[in-house]
Design a protein around this ligand. Structure first.
Ligand SMILES: Cc1cc2nc3c(=O)[nH]c(=O)nc-3n(C[C@H](O)[C@H](O)[C@H](O)COP(=O)(O)O)c2cc1C
Length: 228
């Protein structure tokens, strides 16, 4: 990273020129990534999403607690049930992104607090005093870890020509948990809607139109107050 005047610039030439950045490099994937809110009614090959979840779960977990689990919905009836239960009692004909409903796969990542509490009760973690209950945790690592895995899943999706949109569950979480028999104490992160993009339909939402903040406002080098 270079400081040029007041502005930070990232350099694209970290690699020597003989080593080209591949189409599917992490850098290239991140630069192309956008949330997709309109999907084709087309299924990914059988087993693909399960395989991607298996790869995504290699992301780090605190103390190697591995308390992240996923609900994968791919059967059309289950996907429909998810939307029906989500919108229970609400008219969805005016929903801003109807193209989301076509997506063939939904992945709900969960953090499992008890697995972290149990792990942090062990001798090598005793000094943290986090082995009592979830309230002690200033950062709920089960959600941190679920987010890491979910981000990896989004990148793996792109590598496999799929797109995705992560959306919140808000007050729908309890209904979804009850309907799909998810244990009470599990905490859902949200839902990752996955599938092939419908490039002919769908406009960016208001959030997506917001400009990216400049790097100089986001990174504070050395001290928070130092002007760049
Ligand atoms: C934690 C989180 C919650 C989000 N919730 C929603 C949501 O409920 N509905 C939605 O349409 N998009 C949601 N998004 C997607 C964001 O709106 C989107 O990432 C943001 O506008 C930036 O656009 P981009 O992903 O295309 O770069 C969410 C994203 C994150 C990370």
């Amino acid at each position: 990273m270079l400081t040029v005047g007041r502005w930070l610039k990232t350099s694209k030439s970290w690699f020597n020129s003989s080593k080209k950045i591949s189409e599917n490099s992490v850098a290239s994937t991140l630069s192309k990534r956008r949330s997709c809110r309109s999907f084709l009614d087309r299924k990914p090959p059988e087993g693909l999403i399960l395989d991607l979840i298996d790869k995504a779960r290699r992301t780090p977990t605190a103390g190697n607690s591995q308390g992240v689990e996923f609900l994968l919905l791919e059967e059309k009836s289950s996907v429909n049930d998810f939307w029906r239960v989500s919108f229970l009692g609400r008219d969805r004909s005016s929903f801003a992104f109807p193209g989301l409903f076509n997506a063939p796969a939904l992945v709900i990542p969960f953090g499992v607090p008890s697995m972290y509490i149990d792990r942090y009760k062990e001798d090598d973690k005793g000094y943290t005093n986090l082995g009592e209950n979830a309230k002690e945790w200033t950062v709920p690592y089960w959600l941190t870890d679920a987010a890491f895995a979910t981000m990896a899943l989004q990148l793996l999706a792109i590598e496999n020509q799929l797109e995705s949109c992560f959306i919140g569950l808000f007050e729908r979480e309890e209904r979804i948990k009850e309907y799909f028999s998810i244990p009470e104490t599990y905490q859902a992160l949200g839902v990752l809607v996955m599938g092939y993009p419908n490039t002919e339909e769908g406009s960016p939402g208001r959030s997506q139109k917001r400009k990216r903040r400049p790097l100089s406002k986001v990174v504070h080098i050395g001290s928070w107050r130092s002007p760049l």
